[in-house]
Write a protein that binds this ligand. Sequence first.
Ligand code: HEM
Length: 182
Amino acid sequence: MDKSLSLFERYSLGARIFHWGMAAIIVPLWLLGFYVGRIMPHAATPQKTLLLLIHKEIGPFIIVLTVLRLVWRATHRSPAMFSDIPEEERLAVQVGHFALYAMMLVVPLTGWVRSSVHGLPIPMMWVVDLPPLAHKAPVFVPLVNVLHQFSSWILGVLIAGHGIAALLHRYGRRDTVMNRML
Ligand code: HEM
């Protein structure tokens, strides 16, 4: 890491913990959903039920973490963007970050609604049972399922793009943008 970066130029410790902690939860959670939804056979097996249970226990917790992260962000100063970054690129960065926050709320919310219309319990982190967000209406399960799948793919693309952009800064432009989050 570039030792010349002062603490002021880096994100706060809390922001860095939120960033890497949530990445460490969301990426495996995404892969778990993908594995259960796309790779495992359709038939319900005990193994599939267990993996889906883990996905559904941890998923809603992302909402809690995202809200706390947004509160942290609103109350702590973020380092300013480098002045040599062109205006269009600044806008793209802001839109990308906004979309990431939005999808970190939308994806688990659609999962929550899916369990609600299915009439299933919505436990979170093996500690609390969340209330349903909609009335039981199994007829809507396929529709909400598509919303969850579609939004999770958007989130996946955003995360991949975000990671690629950070790596391009580090190894392409060789600037210190990525170091600010390390
Ligand atoms: C940030 C949180 C979450 C992420 C990143 C995520 C991601 C995913 C992904 C990638 C899939 C596979 C989509 C596909 O088949 O194309 C999936 C499926 C699924 N997710 Fe989530 N999910 C999250 C939260 C939740 C929550 C909160 C619930 C319910 C309470 C939930 C329930 C499900 C269910 C039931 C499936 C379908 C599995 C199947 O088709 O058998 N997810 N999720």
